[in-house]
Design a protein around this ligand. Structure first.
Ligand code: TRH
Length: 377
């Protein structure tokens, strides 16, 4: 019998919660033949990356996943065999009672936030709280062995490499989005939260010897972009030129298209959790805008990742990457670190591919979850 999985996703803000759980749900169905229900409390956020979602419906099938609107008034529902609370969301109390009433208790896990910090290895798969005899476990994604790994669909890296070797496929894809970069221009993407450091970065891009074509999906960074461009409003389709820099605003696209966008670009600025991982699978240099947390604890997470990511770089290339990422995340001066990065580009670019392939040797997160379930039963 197929294992039944319930994944609970509460959309706190942005798109990471739904981005991660939707990706995981599909992979469990396609690659592990699981029956998956995905409970989402905000279908509008979901619709941005999956436009075929009908936001009016309480239940619908999407790509083999049983998508449920997580209602404010919970209706009696039997528990699945595996229950995932994504990012510490609270399950409906009635559902917890249903878990406790099962003859055989389900495997209950909290799928945690991604972090490169050391302590993650020690906490991964540890028991957490209990509810009436039903044990909850911590499940941590991560970059190190001994963690749950990263979401990575089967064949993703081969697909990505084939696409990057196929100039025509890339051109066709870009044209489908209305993107026509000038010959020789450096194509880059920018997905970020509000950031006062943007102006300094754009200044240096505009005056660089090589032209840059910057693709900006609609989102929170547009306010800073408007100010720098001196325009009142930016919307998808807009293109503005300032010296050597072309800025093009794109619509928010489907997750699969966003992957291709990252694969086409020489450099990707990403944020949060899921786009951060996808940029690593693109095998290209990247810049991470980490999700800000109280008391700046996100800066420890940033340092932990940088330490791991730059370990194999020469001291000068490492210094360039670290300076750029720290400037971006503390709203510092981007000009100098960007110039430093350009000076070490070949090394940093080669490293991005090596890092990707190394990370690709770990079991992916969906497989790790299934293996945990199999060892648990
Ligand atoms: O949207 P985010 O900032 O999400 C954040 C983080 O997950 C953060 O850790 C969490 O605490 C907070 O939400 C609540 O960034 P993230 O994680 O990259 O999610 C964006 C998703 O949107 C990702 O799945 C990629 C997808 N996406 C598209 O599908 N199309 C697009 O055009 C773009 C730009 C993104």
């Amino acid at each position: 019998m197929k294992a039944r999985w319930d994944i609970f996703c509460s959309v706190v803000d942005n798109y990471g919660d739904i981005g991660v759980t939707w990706r995981l749900a599909r992979q469990l169905v396609v690659e592990h033949a699981c029956d998956v229900r995905l409970w989402v409390d905000d279908l509008r956020a979901f619709e941005r990356m999956c436009p075929q979602i009908n936001v009016q419906r309480e239940q619908q099938w999407q790509e083999g996943v049983d998508v449920r609107h997580w209602p404010a008034q919970w209706l009696a529902t039997p528990s699945a065999d595996v229950v995932i609370a994504a990012f510490a969301c609270q399950l409906p109390p009635e559902y917890m009672e249903a878990m406790a009433a099962c003859e055989r208790a389900p495997l209950w896990m909290n799928l945690d936030y991604l972090s490169a910090e050391d302590w993650v290895v020690g906490c991964h798969r540890l028991p957490s709280v209990k509810f009436k005899g039903v044990q909850k476990y911590f499940f941590f994604p991560g970059f190190r062995s001994g963690t749950g790994g990263l979401l990575r669909e089967a064949g993703l890296l081969q697909q990505r490499q084939a696409f990057q070797q196929d100039a025509r496929a890339q051109q066709q894809f870009l044209q489908s989005l209305g993107v026509f970069p000038a010959n020789g221009a450096r194509l880059m993407s920018l997905f970020a939260y509000e950031n006062a450091a943007l102006a300094g970065w754009l200044d240096v891009l505009a005056t660089d010897g090589r032209a840059t074509h910057l693709l900006v999906p609609e989102g929170r960074i547009l306010g800073d972009m408007q100010r720098w461009l001196g325009v009142d409003r930016l919307a998808a389709g807009d293109i503005h030129r300032r010296d050597g820099l072309t800025v093009q605003v794109l619509p928010f696209v489907r997750q699969e298209q966003y992957d291709r966008l990252l694969w086409c670009c020489e450099f990707n600025a990403v944020r949060g959790e899921d786009s951060f991982v996808r940029a690593q699978w693109a095998g290209r240099p990247l810049l991470w805008h980490i999700y800000r947390q109280d008391e700046d604890i996100h800066l420890d997470k940033l340092d932990a990742f940088l330490e791991l990511y730059t370990a194999a770089l020469s001291p000068a290339a490492k210094a360039a990457v670290v300076a750029l990422w720290q400037a971006w995340n503390t709203e510092g001066d981007m000009a100098q670190p960007w110039k430093m990065l350009l000076a070490h580009w070949p090394e940093v670019a080669a490293h991005a591919e090596t890092w990707c392939l190394e990370q690709g040797l770990q079991a992916d997160l969906a497989t790790a979850l299934v293996q945990f379930y199999e060892s648990w039963i």
